[in-house]
Design a protein around this ligand. Structure first.
Ligand code: NAD
Length: 266
């Protein structure tokens, strides 16, 4: 990644998936710009960004056009062009992430989850592509709740389905300009965003017991996949949703022993 520059959107703290990706990209020589959402998070993000020598650390609220304008203008002014984009942003109100999807999903909750978790990638991808003058690569983060029903994931699963479909459409539009666009579908990882989803403990236990690797997802694997997709290693790979979840997505029916273990029954 030496000589490559990119924007990382979605670091909230040291546990963020985007931070694990940023550290791997930095270790491989990339130069990184970071966004943070609001002053409260700036206190956490700025020291992390500075620790990897970042010279662009800008506020960005993806629901605000003026904020997006200012963020991408700052990157353009300093660097002129970029080579990659990491989009690792999602949000749904806590009250939308528990119980019945059909009963609990409000219009506002639905639109806000779609806006922040899916449209923001379309918007960021368009803006990033305008400063990817020599081609490039973009990734976004998704989850299996887009493909199958995961308890409590609810409206976020619908937003992730839109995000994955958007990834394919953006890939088709930007492919002729040498820009690749992919999504990483990570298994559950303990972060701020994951804490908002009901029955988190059960989720981690069930994943560990029933994934092909009988383990939870390692952040290093997610960061490694990001490096592959964002570097020339990933040449010709675009429009893909790549699972990094210990093989959880591949299992149709868990082993009886593993299932009993996950449920704590003899
Ligand atoms: P995180 O809380 O560390 O990151 C979420 C980020 O979204 C934060 O930095 C937050 O500031 C940002 N964000 C939310 N609303 C925003 C807004 N309006 N404007 C700008 N930024 C905003 O949690 P994470 O788990 O690292 O989440 C990153 C991505 O990974 C999300 O898309 C999430 O859905 C996805 N993901 C997470 C898991 C998991 O288990 N943690 C699994 C698969 C996919």
């Amino acid at each position: 990644m030496k000589g490559k520059r990119g924007l990382v959107m979605g670091v909230a703290n040291k546990n963020s998936i985007a931070w694990a990706i940023a550290q791997q990209l930095h270790a491989q020589g990339a130069e990184l710009a970071f966004t943070f959402q609001g002053e409260a998070l700036e206190r956490r993000v700025r020291p992390l960004a500075e620790s990897v020598g970042s010279e662009i650390i800008v506020p960005c609220d993806v629901t605000d056009d003026a904020s997006m304008d200012a963020c991408f203008a700052a990157v353009k002014e300093k660097w002129g062009k970029i080579d990659f984009l990491v989009h690792s942003i999602a949000f749904a109100g806590k009250e939308q992430l528990e119980g019945s999807f059909v009963d609990n999903t409000t219009r506002d909750g639905f639109l806000s989850a779609m806006n922040i978790s899916a449209y923001s990638f379309v918007d960021a991808a368009r803006r990033a592509s305008q400063i990817m003058s020599e081609g490039g690569s973009m990734i976004t983060m998704t989850y299996l709740g887009s493909e199958r029903v995961i308890p409590n994931y609810n409206v976020m699963g619908v937003a992730k389905a839109a995000l994955e479909a958007s990834t394919r459409y953006i890939a088709a539009d930007l492919g002729p300009r040498g820009i690749r666009v992919n999504a990483i579908s990570a298994g559950p990882i303990k972060t701020l965003a994951a804490a908002g989803i009901g029955s988190g403990r059960h989720m981690f236990r069930f994943n560990k017991a029933t994934a092909a690797m009988q383990d939870n997802t390692d952040l290093e694997g997610v960061a490694g996949a990001a490096l592959y997709l964002l570097s020339s290693l990933g040449t010709s790979c675009t429009g893909e949703t790549h699972h990094v979840d210990g093989g959880f997505h591949a299992i149709g029916m868990p082993q009886e022993k593993a299932l009993k273990e996950s449920l704590g029954i003899e």
